[in-house]
Design a protein around this ligand. Structure first.
Ligand SMILES: CC(C)(COP(=O)(O)OP(=O)(O)OC[C@H]1O[C@@H](n2cnc3c(N)ncnc32)[C@H](O)[C@@H]1OP(=O)(O)O)[C@@H](O)C(=O)NCCC(=O)NCCS
Length: 158
């Protein structure tokens, strides 16, 4: 069954923040989750899309929120896709692809993102949609946190 993908409502920001805490591997010495306040801000001022569970069933910790993607304009007239994430219980069923399709269909400018080069699931998802690596930036965050900067022309082809 396909999830419903829609713009997040302000009432959903805590569930998205909970998903952000749950989505990342518990690697030592990482600060990946964003704070609740920024998720609330993004509900109003970014493109924040959520995937809602079909059938009204609740997921551990996130309720009906099975996935999310957030994207916002940069000062260079491009878009930054900051995060895409799927609840661990819902992965491998096409939800990440559904979210990416929904985000790119709203992208009227080139889309940039950064990703940990070791995150093979995410890198593969991005390549499936035509993202290419523009640059590898070592120490993008802290000295041990490297990133690929990946780009997409925006929109959906085909
Ligand atoms: C990356 C993520 C969003 C993918 O979500 P998903 O719902 O599992 O993705 P899909 O089922 O649509 O799969 C999309 C593609 O990703 C790749 N993929 C998914 N899981 C994978 C895995 N464990 N290993 C390698 N590739 C994988 C596959 O190429 C897959 O397409 P295919 O099955 O047609 O080959 C999800 O794994 C996630 O939330 N990870 C944690 C958060 C994260 O790392 N986000 C990205 C950085 S912001």
């Amino acid at each position: 069954m396909q999830s419903e993908i829609d713009v997040a409502t302000p009432e959903e920001f805590l569930q998205v923040a909970a998903l952000d805490r749950l989505a990342w591997p518990a690697a030592p010495d990482t600060f990946i989750p964003d704070g609740e306040h920024i998720w609330r801000i993004w509900c109003d001022f970014a493109t924040l899309l959520v995937a809602r569970q079909p059938g009204g069933t609740d997921l551990p910790q996130t309720g009906h929120v099975a996935g999310a993607v957030v994207m916002f304009p940069t000062r260079q007239q491009e878009l930054c896709l900051h995060k895409i994430m799927v609840h661990p219980d819902c992965r491998g069923q096409g939800l990440g692809s559904q979210l990416m399709r929904a985000a790119l269909s709203r992208a009227d400018a080139p889309v940039l993102l950064t990703v940990d080069p070791e995150n093979s699931a995410a890198v593969q998802l991005y390549q499936n949609f035509g993202f290419t690596v523009r640059e590898r930036i070592d120490g993008f965050y802290r000295p041990h946190e490297h990133r690929f900067l990946m780009v997409h022309p925006g929109g959906l082809s085909g």
